[in-house]
Design a binder for this molecule. Structure first.
Ligand SMILES: [Zn+2]
Ligand SMILES: [Zn+2]
Length: 784
């Protein structure tokens, strides 16, 4: 229930609004119980400095006209590095004005190099992870109103005339790594003018380049550097990042260059109270009768309604687009119940990324016409709103870096604000809201990716060879695995060696070999029976378990039954039908150790167990599926499936306990599989706290006796061919990671396992067997 406050609240009491929300005293106390922690982030006065001497007067005036008489110190420091030709990464908070740090040196270079006839003499290449962000940057540059600045975007939607114009005239080109990979680099001859004049490469929001995507982008940038050298230019790289650990290291890995880091944020900020919020247990509807908590979206919808009713300008971040719409609708309904018509002050941001839509929404939020907006996390990048009174987060957004980006939207100068992280029902969120030290004051995670992944390097060597013959001396640019890679490609007949180097000889386009935003192969189309309409797509990697014959598939809120899955044509035939049950696939997974590359035992501080990292082969097969009655979850039937095995060669981290150590746990042989399985699930849930991955990026296998180790073994592997660096990170952070895993399981209030501790939403075994207490005992002995 929403109670309309009589006077508009000031932001400082937004937290009171949340705690007093709802009707009646009983509910109030309950609300306070859900708030597990409040951290006050102090206000910070800003530090400005003079413009660098070389700043052109027109650029100074342009910024002054925009209300920026002087830069913050970090902006000026980064600009100085870039102008002097030192590669630099600017890693500061949201709304700290990172753009100015590269706009000023870029514009100075361009204006300083213009020929007397007005022709460009210097160019800047701006790369962003999304088209929308490149559009925003273009708007920001155009808004400076500098005479004759030739800036334009280059993306999949650019008309032909614009592309031709860009090649001949562009001084500032805004694009993305995908376009660089598919269009600009393969067609470099036509971009010779632009590349030969290239002085600055801006890599914006570079913390988004992580995992396999990060490895791909690292190689695209190496191809760019090689072509620039060919055309006689040697651009300076300026990277902008959210606050991450070791930004210089990850920026260096991304570009292959030595990069300076500027991390001290000198922008002004108001005080923000960060609240951590744990929804209560709501029912016993989980798998195997487990208790489940109230969903984070339901809780956030309530909080959003209360804040809006209290006159507090609020942005709620929700994981999915559908979730964002549900939050806005529910909050609107609650508001209308209190005061009819009040729902008009709440809206969902509905994808699409049209810049006009976003502008309207941002303006409405700024002017106060809208008080509450529910947006997807994807909007974290694109929205230009800061200085809000409150930010709500429905679930941890995946990384501390992303969380601080979102929290950074709250806090007007001179006014206090609140940000609330509402936990979802999973081990990571549960751990975080009960361990504030893991969020506040803890260093943010590093951006993890491995540009040496041979599965990624190979395709880019082919692309590079197609762009310009690949010479012996080029190989070091592509990392230590490049020599072997070239030899293997030559043997496979894809590259041919001639006097000038290796050539791409195949008739296909090599760029098709590299799937930058790797989705594990071509997705499967969902086609509606009868109409032939393509309703959507499913990632190749998850198709066997989600759209097998007989699967009940939910798509944008509608229920479909899968009639057939044709793996050759990559089509699943579906029809709208709600049979009253849900389905869950059962999967068997085997793992074989191919090579142990690192290990740690007694000597390294693991007296009772052993830890290892190496390459593995994972074999999956979906063998059957269960039909469960909705909503009771009662199993109605199990039906066999005939799907092929799939294998994945990747990297894994694993730990083992010898039989002597197992004796020390006091567990009986019959309890071991459940104990190891529970420890595996929780450790998968917690790894994202240490490596920038999602729990869906990794998988696990546990067994009481593994043939390759001869012991009880728990594996956690990277879900991408060749590995993505997550398991390796887990090996190095094993003690902290597994300690947090143990803590999460031990601290969970449930009796014998729930989604907040040891149950996993992606278990191929129906979360059976699981032994919560046994997992703690295994980890206790391992962590001695
Ligand atoms: Zn639990
Ligand atoms: Zn499992």
């Amino acid at each position: 229930m929403v109670s309309r406050k009589t006077s508009p609240r000031v932001a400082g009491s937004a937290l009171d609004v949340l705690l007093s929300g709802g009707a009646g005293g009983a509910d109030r106390t309950d609300r306070a119980d859900r708030l597990t922690h409040v951290e006050r982030l102090a206000a910070r006065p800003g530090v400005t400095t003079d413009w660098p001497d070389w700043t052109p007067p027109s650029v100074r005036e342009a910024f002054a006209a925009r209300g920026i008489p002087q830069p913050w110190r970090h902006q000026a420091v980064a600009a100085e590095h870039a102008y002097a030709g030192r590669h630099v990464v600017l890693a500061t908070g949201t709304a700290s004005g990172k753009s100015l740090g590269f706009q000023v040196p870029g514009l100075a270079r361009i204006l300083g190099a213009r020929r007397p006839n007005g022709r460009p003499g210097a160019t800047v290449l701006y790369l962003s992870p999304t088209k929308a962000l490149a559009q925003d940057q273009l708007t920001s540059l155009a808004g400076l109103d500098l005479p004759r600045l030739a800036a334009c975007t280059h993306d999949g939607d650019s008309p032909r005339e614009q592309r031709d114009w860009a090649r001949d005239h562009a001084e500032w080109l805004l694009t993305n790594p995908d376009m660089l990979h598919h269009s600009l680099l393969p067609g470099h001859a036509r971009w010779a003018r632009f590349l030969s004049q290239l002085e600055l490469v801006v890599v914006d929001e570079c913390h988004h380049y992580r995992g396999v995507f990060g490895a791909h982008v690292a190689l695209v940038l190496r191809r760019l550097r090689r072509l620039c050298a060919h055309y006689g230019s040697s651009p300076t790289f300026v990277l902008a990042s959210a606050t991450v650990a070791d930004p210089a290291v990850s920026a260096g890995r991304l570009t292959g260059l030595t990069v300076e880091a500027v991390v001290e944020d000198a922008s002004a900020r108001g005080e923000v109270a960060l609240g951590l919020w744990e929804p209560p247990f709501a029912s016993y509807a989980g798998e195997n009768g487990a208790p489940v908590r109230r969903s984070a979206t339901a809780e956030v919808a309530d909080l959003l309604a209360d804040l809006v009713a209290g006159g507090v300008r609020t942005l709620a971040f929700v994981r999915s687009r559908r979730g964002a719409e549900t939050v806005a609708l529910t909050a609107g309904r609650l508001l209308d119940e209190a005061v009819p018509g009040l729902s008009r002050q709440v809206a969902a941001y509905r994808g699409g990324y049209l810049p006009e839509d976003r502008r309207d929404l941002e303006d409405a939020l700024r002017s106060g016409a809208l008080l509450g907006v529910a947006a997807t996390n994807a909007l974290e990048l694109g929205i230009d709103v800061a200085g809000l009174d409150a930010v709500l987060m429905a679930g941890f957004p995946g990384t501390r870096a992303a969380m601080w980006q979102q929290v950074g939207r709250a806090g007007r100068r001179g006014a206090d604000a609140v940000a609330v992280l509402v936990a979802r029902d999973d081990p990571l969120d549960t751990y975080l809201v009960t361990h504030p030290e893991a969020l506040v004051g803890a260093p943010v995670e590093s951006t993890v990716f491995d540009p040496g992944n041979p599965h990624v390097v190979g395709p880019h060597l082919c692309c590079a060879a197609a762009e310009l013959p690949l010479r012996e001396q080029d190989l070091s640019l592509f990392g230590p695995s490049a020599s072997d890679g070239v030899a293997a490609l030559a043997e496979a007949g894809l590259l041919r060696r001639r006097a000038a180097g290796w050539y791409w000889t195949d008739r296909t386009r090599p760029t098709d070999l590299a799937d930058l935003r790797s989705t594990g192969g071509r997705p499967v189309d969902l086609v509606e029976n009868g109409t032939g309409r393509v309703v959507g797509t499913v990632d190749a990697s998850s198709s066997h378990s989600t759209v097998h014959r007989g699967a009940v598939y939910l798509h944008q809120g509608e229920t479909f039954l899968v009639r057939d899955l044709d793996l050759d044509d990559r089509v699943a035939m579906i029809e709208r039908d709600d049979p009253g049950y849900s389905t869950s696939a059962r999967e068997v997974t085997d793992i074989a150790v191919l090579e142990e590359m690192m290990s740690a035992g007694r000597e390294e501080g693991w007296p009772r167990g052993r830890l290892a990292f190496g390459s593995v082969r994972v074999t999956h097969q979906v063998v059957s599926f269960l039909k469960r009655r909705v909503p009771s979850g009662e199993v109605l039937a199990e039906e066999p499936l005939d799907l092929p095995e799939r294998t994945l060669e990747t990297r894994a981290v694993w730990w083992t306990l010898s039989s002597a150590s197992i004796e020390a746990t006091g567990l009986a042989a019959v309890d071991l599989p459940g104990a190891a399985h529970a420890a595996e699930h929780a450790s998968i849930g917690l790894l994202p706290l240490f490596a920038t991955c999602d729990r869906w990026d990794i998988g696990g296998v546990s067994t009481a006796l593994h043939p390759d180790t001869g012991m009880l073994t728990v594996f956690v592997y990277d879900g991408h061919a060749g590995g993505a660096g997550f398991a390796e990170h887990g090996f190095h952070a094993a003690r902290a990671w597994l300690t947090a895993t143990r803590e999460t399981i031990a601290a969970c209030a449930c009796e014998s396992g729930c989604p907040s501790c040891v149950q996993s939403p992606k278990c191929g075994n129906g979360n059976h067997p699981l032994d919560k207490a046994g997992a703690v005992r295994l980890l206790d002995v391992l962590l001695i």
